[in-house]
Design a binder for this molecule. Structure first.
Ligand code: THU
Length: 129
């Protein structure tokens, strides 16, 4: 699957986001063990317990037994076309999940042409091992 196809899957997943409070739809699509998994942000009335799209996709993959995550695409479809990276990039909590659960993945952010590593996004991360 190409980068463009994975980003397109993230964009289409974002349409299924449950975001009644922020109305900010986010989708993630990742490749792990040769399969593709998607996730969306899921908001609840206790806002702080919201689940981001990236963690949702990682949980789907790990729940299916997949472990080796090779690529992750993230799409914030409500960000304006000219919005800076800040409005599209994974939050701090998701970066820590990526460090722990997808340390070798290439990360694609819809609307930005660069390929990121988790070291790009979260230098000097906390690690137990
Ligand atoms: N959100 C994500 O899904 N991923 C991120 O990395 C950043 C933020 C969601 C959480 C919330 O539902 C909405 O975007 C606005 O913060």
């Amino acid at each position: 699957m190409s980068r463009e196809e994975l980003v397109a899957l993230a964009r289409s997943a974002a349409q299924r986001a449950h975001c009644p409070y922020s109305h900010f739809h986010v989708g993630a699509a990742l490749v792990a063990g040769g399969k593709v998994y998607t996730g969306v942000n899921i908001e609840i009335s206790s806002y702080g317990l919201t689940l981001c799209a990236e963690r949702s996709a990682l949980a789907a993959a790990y729940s299916d037994g997949a472990r080796e995550v090779t690529e992750v695409a993230v799409a914030c479809i409500d960000a304006p076309a000219d919005a800076p990276l800040d409005l599209r990039t994974p939050c701090g909590a998701c970066r820590q999940w990526l460090v722990d659960l997808a340390p070798h993945a290439i990360i694609y952010i819809d609307g930005d042409a660069r390929d990121f590593t988790i070291e790009d996004l979260l230098p000097y991360p906390f690690r137990l091992s």
